[in-house]
Design a protein around this ligand. Structure first.
Ligand SMILES: [Zn+2]
Length: 574
């Protein structure tokens, strides 16, 4: 295999001007240093002073800075990179999920599902207060709702149970749980026509347990509340897990939301949890927390969100760079709430565009005028187009340089590819999803146009048109492991084949996506995202030469050490 990178053409030592007066705390040498600085060849060594990168260069150049108190680590030729940045992760929810019964999209028979529920009752992992919760069910589960009737009978009849779909937009609740949430035939009848599909029901209007979107959230709201202590523990678990994966920063796109709480303009969500951790010096990661704004929020609503924001402005390692807006839902059958240009073939409906195209631009413009970034959930090609239209309005008003982004981007119409560059919109992509599997082939492909199917997760098309791609996971929807996503991006291979091989992108693009590009997406590119003098020394050491190994070997890459601000926060051997 041809080397993908020049094998070490060390340039002159890159050093901060304060070098002469620095006390060098740490030197990592005999490494292949991928700095993520565009165009810079591999380097050999990094010196760290006071939590920041002091110098990057050849071994001889950097080792010259060594002082008696300097910790010197010989990395034995291993790859050293900047810490990874996840540009879309519900990390505290992810931490909660680590302690729950989670199926990770695995299809089980009803008997197996019942078995998992029983095990979860014994271990305690299935209990949420007095209710039972199993999450991560594949969307295909909802094709056979009759099978779930078992959980309305016998020992389960009076026990509230919720099964939550992999996509977190769909689920099933048994009658005991529906009764607690007040979901009955009368409630179904009271739904507006466009809301009918959010609570599954038979011809008489009797709920069958299936729930989507607003219907689901109305039931989840009636689950026993997750306690602050559980959220704190979840946040700690998330940080430790992320450190083991080499992730040292993330965007939490829904930080004013907390599991089981109703979201309002005054909600503080999990922000107090991040603050409490920071006060205990345990927030060893950068968190860029966004506040969810309603898709139809007015510029005046931003004043309310600003009051929330102001309560958390001086928390170390926490930034509040902007807002998140949902432009649509998900495309999988039967939810089909992603907003499409062409209607779904079965229902002839276009999905649900949550924004109001006539006014959405005013919201983006108002946020941009405040210097806030807008991060938009858009999955269907219509939602993507309307998101771009909204951002266009702000770009026409001023050249703010604020890094707005669209995340998910499952379906993008080719006409919109060039607009990411012209409007300077970052594509925050969960490329772990770019695979031919049950979801894309069975629950999406039959219902959308051939062209929409072809341009799913169109990474290469966007790249060719000059877009900036930032890496993202959407944990806990799927795994937060960056190397799995990197492998998917370079292979697009799944259980049902390759999802449009023309959209494969190269590994170096993905390295940039998870470092410097994601740093820009969370507006911290001046502080993190590359190994450059003056930036924080967030670094990872890898177990294999990710610059050279075969693509398949990227998937199982292990992080050996993670440094946050020059301090070792994870070591696989210890
Ligand atoms: Zn998300």
């Amino acid at each position: 295999m041809k080397p993908l990178f020049p094998l070490l053409l060390s340039s002159a030592l890159v050093c901060s001007p304060l070098e002469s007066m620095a006390a060098v705390d740490l030197i990592l040498h005999n490494a292949k240093v991928y700095t993520a600085e565009p165009g810079q060849p591999l380097q050999q060594a990094v010196a760290v002073e006071n939590g920041k990168v002091l110098a990057v260069g050849s071994d001889s150049e950097v080792l010259r800075l060594k002082q008696p108190s300097t910790r010197v680590l010989d990395l034995g030729g291993k790859v050293l990179m900047p810490g990874f940045i996840d540009s879309h992760s519900h990390a505290i929810k992810g931490g909660l999920q680590l302690g729950q019964v989670y199926l990770d999209g695995q299809q089980l028979s009803i008997a197996e599902l019942e078995q998992r529920l029983r095990e979860g009752m014994k271990s305690g992992k299935a209990w949420q207060g007095d209710a039972l919760l199993v999450s991560g069910l594949p969307s295909a589960s909802w094709s056979d709702l009759k099978a779930f009737k078992r959980f309305n009978q016998g020992e389960w009849a009076s026990q509230p149970i919720v099964f939550l779909g992999w996509d977190q937009h769909t689920g099933w609740a048994n009658r005991a749980m529906l009764a607690r949430a007040g979901v009955d035939a009368a409630r179904v009848k009271a739904l507006k026509p466009e809301e009918r599909d959010t609570i599954g029901h038979d011809e008489d209007g009797q709920p069958d347990g299936f729930l989507a979107e607003a219907g689901l959230y109305s039931v989840l709201d009636k689950m026993p509340k997750v306690t602050d202590q559980q959220l704190l523990d979840a946040a700690r678990a998330a940080i430790h897990y992320y450190q083991s994966l080499g992730v040292t920063a993330w965007m939490d796109p829904t930080a004013n939301d907390a599991p089981g709480h109703t979201l309002t303009n005054q909600s503080v969500g999990v922000l107090p949890i991040y603050k409490a951790l920071a006060q205990q010096n345990q927030l060893d990661a950068h968190v860029a927390a966004l506040l969810v704004a309603d898709a139809k929020a007015t510029p005046a609503d931003l004043d309310e969100l600003d009051k929330v924001r102001r309560q958390f402005l001086d928390v170390p390692n926490l930034t509040l760079p902007g807002i998140k807006v949902f432009a649509d839902g998900v495309p999988e059958f039967p939810a089909q709430s992603a907003a499409m240009l062409e209607p779904y073939k079965n229902s002839h409906k276009h999905g649900e565009l949550l924004t109001d195209p006539a006014h959405f631009g005013e919201l983006v413009n108002a946020a941009d005028a405040r210097g806030w970034l807008v991060h938009i959930h858009a999955i269907g090609d219509r939602a993507v187009r309307e998101s771009l239209n909204g951002i266009e309005q702000a770009r026409k008003a001023r050249d703010s340089g604020v890094p707005h982004s669209i995340t998910h981007l499952q379906m993008v119409n080719p006409q919109d590819f060039p607009r990411f560059k012209t409007l300077d919109v970052i594509a925050s992509m969960q490329l772990y999803w770019a695979a031919a599997d049950d979801l894309t082939n069975d629950l999406v492909q039959p219902y959308i146009s051939a062209m929409a199917y072809q341009y799913q997760y169109p990474a290469r098309s966007l790249l060719k048109n000059g877009a900036t791609i930032a890496g993202a996971s959407d944990w806990p929807v799927t795994t937060p492991e960056p190397w799995k996503a990197i492998y998917q991006a370079v292979s697009r291979t799944g259980p049902k084949g390759v999802l449009n091989a023309d959209e494969v992108i190269d590994r170096e693009t993905m390295f940039q996506a998870y470092t410097l590009n994601a740093a820009r997406a969370i507006r911290l590119e001046d502080r993190i995202g590359s190994l450059k003098p003056g930036k924080q020394a967030d670094m990872i050491v890898l177990d294999r030469d990710v610059l050279q190994v075969e693509p398949e070997a990227l998937r199982d890459t292990q992080v050996l050490r993670t440094f946050f601000a020059g301090r070792e926060v994870f070591n696989r051997k210890i």
